[in-house]
Design a protein around this ligand. Structure first.
Ligand code: ZN
Length: 487
């Protein structure tokens, strides 16, 4: 019997607010342990939470981008469980009335949507962190850091609508791009800004019933999610095919050993004894706030890629690449607005700009500080009007990275301007022919290809500065003069 997998993903997204969810402590990553704490986020008795509205707006923005229902009223609930890095023994979360329900995440390509239905997105607080130092003599200790306690998390739950490890990969890639695009999270899985739990079950192909599912916890890289899901599908399939049954459980993925281990059998929702949080009123989203969020919602990446194809005549590939990040898409459009041809701008950005950013470990904002769109556009125009060959343009690009100033002036200063003085070039063409009598004879004997070699020689003589069409024409003229008279 053949089996197919059914996957659902729960992703915790750390929101990039200035302060924590229920107190004024700064929301920052890492740092000296326990330096950003107060009675509220430590969970001391009697401390009262006050809701950070910026976190509510972030979840609402995500909901709008998913085309979901963003509720005017939602309710915080206590989720009760013991956890060493959560001293108050409950987490403030949302249960039956989350901020966002429904909607879809598009994991397709530009013009080829693939909508994954979303169940809900709710807001909750993060816990602290247990550290197990592997220092000699310290191995039996657990240390607690509460800097992360109370950091706002959006938990986004998908419907079980994915079926392959690659689907899971595409889902997380699309979600990471979206949260960065919306500016609500840095989306960095390695820092724990996105943490994914995957629910995996299998069923006979053609069946509509769901099999027993297992949950893989705390996956912290997108590739890790793909590998862990593949391993779990293989484990369940082998188990069922050998006559066994899948027991509902929670698994941990060991990234280093690429292995799954069973952590515990799964608790049910009623084990958490959810009840409405008595210290917080219902969470409301004012109509005026909703209107502002709708009015300021950005054009989304895939829609923008489709527009780039139509408006700028780009290939689907180029349009998709430029829309991997909102900063990059904006950099492209500003370069075009500053007078560059769209195709040329897309080529420069897709190749030299992205490569340079990677080499220098810079993001778009930093690169923009060195080569703003107006400078890149000026470079494109110098190629378009024949001042620079594409080879010289590459040299000028390197100059632009190192020196400030106007690209046309820099090209001149560094002698990168194309030689289009026919008199000077004609003399060099003659010299090239004199130096290569054998090749000249071959050409005159009918070997048309020899011209390429001669053009190459002329380019070498002029250090690549000869205007190529002119160089070729001058060489042809000089060769014609050396042809034996006909008749
Ligand atoms: Zn605090």
């Amino acid at each position: 019997m053949a089996y197919e997998a059914v996957l659902g993903l729960e992703v915790h997204i750390q929101l990039d607010t200035r302060s924590k969810l229920f107190c004024a402590c700064p929301n920052e990553f890492a740092g000296e342990p326990n330096t950003r704490v107060c009675p509220v986020c430590l969970g001391l008795p009697g401390a009262l939470p006050v809701l950070n509205e910026a976190a509510v707006e972030s979840v609402a923005r995500l909901g709008l981008a998913l085309g979901a229902t963003v509720h005017a009223t939602s309710v915080f609930a206590r989720k009760n469980y013991f956890y060493p890095d959560m001293p108050k023994n409950y987490q403030i979360s949302q249960y039956d009335r989350p901020i966002v329900t429904g909607g879809h995440l598009d994991i397709g390509a530009p013009g080829a949507p693939r909508l994954v239905p979303i169940t809900r997105v709710h807001l909750e607080e993060d816990t602290g962190k247990s550290l197990h130092p592997e220092v000699e003599g310290d191995r039996d200790e657990t240390r607690l850091d509460f800097n992360r306690a109370g950091v706002p998390l959006a938990e986004m739950v998908s419907e079980p609508a994915l079926s392959t490890p690659d689907d899971a990969f595409a889902y997380l890639t699309a979600l990471r791009r979206l949260v960065r695009w919306l500016g609500i999270s840095d989306g960095d899985m390695e820092k724990g800004s996105l943490r994914c739990d995957a629910n995996v079950s299998i069923r006979p192909v053609g069946s509509t019933a769901f099999g027993t599912r297992c949950e893989i916890k705390n996956l912290n890289s997108i590739a890790g999610v793909r590998n862990a899901v593949a391993a779990e599908i293989a484990r369940q399939t082998a188990l069922v095919e050998s006559g066994g049954t899948v027991i509902q459980s929670t698994l941990l993925w060991d990234q280093d050993k690429e292995r799954l281990q069973v952590m515990r059998t799964k608790e049910q929702a009623h084990d958490y004894r959810y009840f409405p949080e008595p210290d917080l009123p219902p969470c409301t989203l004012e109509e005026s706030v909703r209107a502002r969020l709708i009015a300021t919602a950005p054009e989304l990446p895939l829609a923008r890629a489709v527009r780039f194809e139509k408006e700028h005549g780009l290939s689907t590939y180029d349009a998709g690449l430029l829309n991997e990040s909102r900063d990059l898409a904006e950099y492209f459009e500003e370069t075009v607005a500053a007078g560059a041809a769209a195709k040329a701008a897309a080529n420069w950005i897709g190749n030299d700009v992205l490569r340079t950013m990677k080499e220098r470990g810079e993001d778009v904002a930093a690169f923009r500080g060195v080569v703003p769109p107006t400078r890149l556009a000026a470079l494109c125009r110098l190629v378009a009007d024949g001042t620079l060959s594409s080879r010289l343009a590459k040299d000028l690009f390197v100059v632009l990275l190192a020196e400030p100033g106007d690209p046309a002036a820099l090209a001149k200063h560094h002698g990168l301007v194309q030689e289009s003085d026919a008199g000077a070039l004609a003399a060099i063409a003659e010299a090239v022919l004199d130096a290569n009598p054998g090749v000249v004879a071959e050409f005159l004997g009918g070997k048309e290809k020899s011209l390429t070699f001669l053009v190459g020689q002329l380019m070498k003589e002029t250090k690549g500065r000869a205007q190529p069409q002119l160089a070729q024409q001058l060489l042809r003229d000089a060769l014609a003069r050396r042809a034996p008279a006909q008749g």
